[in-house]
Design a protein around this ligand. Structure first.
Ligand SMILES: [Fe+2]
Length: 211
Protein backbone atom coordinates (compact mmCIF):
# COMPACT_ATOMS: atom_id res chain seq x y z
CA UNK A 1 0.00 0.00 0.00
CA UNK A 2 1.41 3.40 -0.91
CA UNK A 3 2.10 6.01 1.77
CA UNK A 4 -0.55 8.22 0.25
CA UNK A 5 -3.14 5.49 0.41
CA UNK A 6 -2.19 4.70 4.00
CA UNK A 7 -2.52 8.34 4.90
CA UNK A 8 -5.86 8.64 3.11
CA UNK A 9 -7.16 5.56 4.92
CA UNK A 10 -5.99 6.91 8.25
CA UNK A 11 -7.69 10.23 7.64
CA UNK A 12 -10.89 8.48 6.67
CA UNK A 13 -10.83 6.58 9.94
CA UNK A 14 -10.03 9.68 11.96
CA UNK A 15 -12.80 11.67 10.28
CA UNK A 16 -15.27 8.86 10.87
CA UNK A 17 -14.39 8.61 14.55
CA UNK A 18 -14.63 12.37 14.94
CA UNK A 19 -17.95 12.45 13.17
CA UNK A 20 -19.79 9.63 14.87
CA UNK A 21 -20.04 11.00 18.42
CA UNK A 22 -21.50 14.14 16.89
CA UNK A 23 -24.02 11.99 15.03
CA UNK A 24 -25.43 10.66 18.31
CA UNK A 25 -25.59 14.13 19.83
CA UNK A 26 -27.25 15.50 16.69
CA UNK A 27 -29.77 12.65 16.72
CA UNK A 28 -30.63 13.35 20.36
CA UNK A 29 -31.03 17.08 19.70
CA UNK A 30 -33.12 16.51 16.59
CA UNK A 31 -35.43 14.09 18.40
CA UNK A 32 -35.81 16.38 21.42
CA UNK A 33 -36.80 19.17 19.06
CA UNK A 34 -39.10 17.28 16.68
CA UNK A 35 -40.91 15.26 19.35
CA UNK A 36 -41.20 18.13 21.83
CA UNK A 37 -44.97 18.14 21.31
CA UNK A 38 -45.20 14.35 21.80
CA UNK A 39 -43.89 13.76 25.35
CA UNK A 40 -44.72 10.05 25.51
CA UNK A 41 -43.08 9.37 22.17
CA UNK A 42 -40.05 11.38 23.26
CA UNK A 43 -39.81 9.40 26.52
CA UNK A 44 -40.02 6.19 24.50
CA UNK A 45 -37.29 7.38 22.10
CA UNK A 46 -34.96 8.33 24.96
CA UNK A 47 -35.46 4.92 26.53
CA UNK A 48 -34.88 3.12 23.21
CA UNK A 49 -31.62 5.06 22.82
CA UNK A 50 -30.55 3.96 26.33
CA UNK A 51 -31.47 0.39 25.50
CA UNK A 52 -29.55 0.59 22.21
CA UNK A 53 -26.51 1.82 24.11
CA UNK A 54 -26.58 -1.42 26.10
CA UNK A 55 -27.31 -3.57 23.04
CA UNK A 56 -24.35 -1.94 21.26
CA UNK A 57 -22.45 -4.78 22.89
CA UNK A 58 -23.83 -6.96 20.13
CA UNK A 59 -22.52 -4.90 17.19
CA UNK A 60 -19.08 -4.03 15.89
CA UNK A 61 -17.72 -1.10 17.95
CA UNK A 62 -17.55 1.17 14.94
CA UNK A 63 -21.30 0.60 14.39
CA UNK A 64 -22.30 1.62 17.92
CA UNK A 65 -22.78 5.33 17.12
CA UNK A 66 -24.91 4.41 14.11
CA UNK A 67 -27.09 2.15 16.25
CA UNK A 68 -27.58 4.67 19.04
CA UNK A 69 -28.22 7.56 16.65
CA UNK A 70 -30.80 5.49 14.75
CA UNK A 71 -32.45 4.56 18.04
CA UNK A 72 -32.84 8.22 18.93
CA UNK A 73 -34.51 9.17 15.64
CA UNK A 74 -36.37 5.93 14.87
CA UNK A 75 -39.82 7.34 15.72
CA UNK A 76 -39.56 10.98 14.64
CA UNK A 77 -41.93 10.13 11.79
CA UNK A 78 -44.75 10.21 14.36
CA UNK A 79 -44.35 13.99 14.70
CA UNK A 80 -47.34 15.78 13.09
CA UNK A 81 -44.96 18.15 11.30
CA UNK A 82 -43.34 15.25 9.42
CA UNK A 83 -46.53 13.44 8.49
CA UNK A 84 -46.80 12.59 4.78
CA UNK A 85 -47.77 8.96 4.21
CA UNK A 86 -48.97 8.50 7.78
CA UNK A 87 -46.61 5.51 8.14
CA UNK A 88 -44.04 6.71 10.64
CA UNK A 89 -40.99 4.63 9.58
CA UNK A 90 -41.35 5.94 6.03
CA UNK A 91 -42.09 9.54 7.04
CA UNK A 92 -39.12 9.58 9.41
CA UNK A 93 -36.76 8.13 6.80
CA UNK A 94 -37.97 10.58 4.15
CA UNK A 95 -37.33 13.53 6.42
CA UNK A 96 -33.86 12.31 7.36
CA UNK A 97 -33.00 11.77 3.70
CA UNK A 98 -34.28 15.26 2.87
CA UNK A 99 -31.95 16.82 5.42
CA UNK A 100 -29.05 14.68 4.11
CA UNK A 101 -28.57 12.33 7.03
CA UNK A 102 -26.41 9.27 6.33
CA UNK A 103 -28.22 6.66 4.21
CA UNK A 104 -27.45 3.97 6.81
CA UNK A 105 -29.55 5.82 9.39
CA UNK A 106 -32.37 6.53 6.92
CA UNK A 107 -32.48 2.82 6.05
CA UNK A 108 -32.50 1.69 9.67
CA UNK A 109 -35.32 4.09 10.51
CA UNK A 110 -37.34 2.99 7.48
CA UNK A 111 -37.09 -0.67 8.47
CA UNK A 112 -37.05 -0.68 12.26
CA UNK A 113 -39.14 -3.35 13.97
CA UNK A 114 -40.13 -5.13 10.79
CA UNK A 115 -41.75 -2.11 9.16
CA UNK A 116 -41.66 -3.86 5.78
CA UNK A 117 -44.40 -6.27 6.88
CA UNK A 118 -46.72 -3.41 7.84
CA UNK A 119 -45.81 -1.47 4.68
CA UNK A 120 -47.01 -4.42 2.65
CA UNK A 121 -50.45 -4.23 4.27
CA UNK A 122 -50.55 -0.47 3.72
CA UNK A 123 -49.47 -0.87 0.07
CA UNK A 124 -46.42 1.26 0.75
CA UNK A 125 -43.93 -1.44 -0.23
CA UNK A 126 -42.54 0.41 -3.24
CA UNK A 127 -42.04 3.63 -1.26
CA UNK A 128 -40.34 1.78 1.58
CA UNK A 129 -38.33 -0.17 -0.99
CA UNK A 130 -36.45 3.04 -1.77
CA UNK A 131 -34.62 2.34 1.48
CA UNK A 132 -32.65 -0.93 1.35
CA UNK A 133 -33.11 -3.33 4.24
CA UNK A 134 -30.15 -5.21 5.64
CA UNK A 135 -30.65 -7.88 8.26
CA UNK A 136 -27.58 -7.64 10.42
CA UNK A 137 -26.51 -7.12 14.01
CA UNK A 138 -27.31 -3.40 13.88
CA UNK A 139 -30.84 -3.76 12.50
CA UNK A 140 -31.45 -6.59 14.98
CA UNK A 141 -30.27 -4.49 17.92
CA UNK A 142 -32.38 -1.49 16.88
CA UNK A 143 -35.48 -3.62 16.52
CA UNK A 144 -34.92 -5.32 19.86
CA UNK A 145 -34.24 -1.99 21.60
CA UNK A 146 -37.62 -0.80 20.28
CA UNK A 147 -39.39 -4.06 21.03
CA UNK A 148 -38.22 -4.12 24.66
CA UNK A 149 -39.29 -0.55 25.37
CA UNK A 150 -42.91 0.37 26.00
CA UNK A 151 -44.78 3.38 24.60
CA UNK A 152 -43.88 5.55 27.60
CA UNK A 153 -40.30 4.33 27.90
CA UNK A 154 -40.94 1.48 30.32
CA UNK A 155 -39.00 -1.79 30.02
CA UNK A 156 -40.98 -4.67 28.51
CA UNK A 157 -40.13 -8.05 27.10
CA UNK A 158 -40.87 -8.69 23.46
CA UNK A 159 -44.04 -10.72 24.13
CA UNK A 160 -45.50 -7.98 26.36
CA UNK A 161 -44.58 -5.38 23.78
CA UNK A 162 -46.30 -7.23 20.93
CA UNK A 163 -49.45 -7.74 23.03
CA UNK A 164 -49.46 -4.09 24.04
CA UNK A 165 -49.01 -3.00 20.43
CA UNK A 166 -51.96 -5.11 19.27
CA UNK A 167 -54.14 -3.74 22.08
CA UNK A 168 -53.25 -0.11 21.34
CA UNK A 169 -53.54 -0.31 17.57
CA UNK A 170 -56.64 -2.48 17.53
CA UNK A 171 -57.58 -5.73 15.75
CA UNK A 172 -58.24 -4.07 12.39
CA UNK A 173 -55.02 -2.08 12.29
CA UNK A 174 -52.29 -2.68 9.71
CA UNK A 175 -50.05 -3.74 12.60
CA UNK A 176 -52.54 -6.43 13.58
CA UNK A 177 -53.02 -7.63 9.99
CA UNK A 178 -49.24 -7.80 9.52
CA UNK A 179 -48.68 -9.46 12.88
CA UNK A 180 -48.71 -13.07 11.69
CA UNK A 181 -45.90 -12.37 9.27
CA UNK A 182 -44.06 -9.84 11.40
CA UNK A 183 -43.95 -11.64 14.74
CA UNK A 184 -41.58 -14.45 13.62
CA UNK A 185 -39.12 -11.80 12.46
CA UNK A 186 -39.36 -9.89 15.77
CA UNK A 187 -38.90 -13.07 17.80
CA UNK A 188 -36.00 -14.22 15.63
CA UNK A 189 -34.27 -10.85 16.00
CA UNK A 190 -34.67 -11.09 19.80
CA UNK A 191 -33.23 -14.60 19.75
CA UNK A 192 -30.23 -13.50 17.69
CA UNK A 193 -29.52 -10.57 20.01
CA UNK A 194 -29.97 -12.80 23.06
CA UNK A 195 -27.47 -15.28 21.63
CA UNK A 196 -24.96 -12.53 20.86
CA UNK A 197 -25.19 -11.31 24.45
CA UNK A 198 -24.92 -14.85 25.82
CA UNK A 199 -21.82 -15.46 23.73
CA UNK A 200 -20.20 -12.58 25.60
CA UNK A 201 -21.32 -13.90 28.96
CA UNK A 202 -24.09 -11.33 29.33
CA UNK A 203 -27.22 -13.04 30.58
CA UNK A 204 -30.54 -11.29 30.08
CA UNK A 205 -34.05 -12.31 29.20
CA UNK A 206 -34.50 -9.05 27.29
CA UNK A 207 -37.13 -8.25 29.87
CA UNK A 208 -36.52 -5.57 32.47
CA UNK A 209 -33.74 -3.14 33.23
CA UNK A 210 -31.00 -5.05 31.48
CA UNK A 211 -29.29 -1.82 30.51
FE1 LIG B 1 -40.43 2.95 18.76
Amino acid sequence: MSNQLQTDNKWSEIEERLLTPQMVAAAADLTDHILASCPDRLAHSRAVARRARFLALTVEPQCAPLLVAAAWVHDIGYAPCLRESGFHPLDGARYLRRISWPPEICNLVAHHSGARFVASVLELESQLGQYPFTQDAVSDALTVADQTTGPHGEAMNTEERMSDMLRRHGPDSANAVAHQLRQPYLRAAATRVHERLESMGVHTELTTAAA
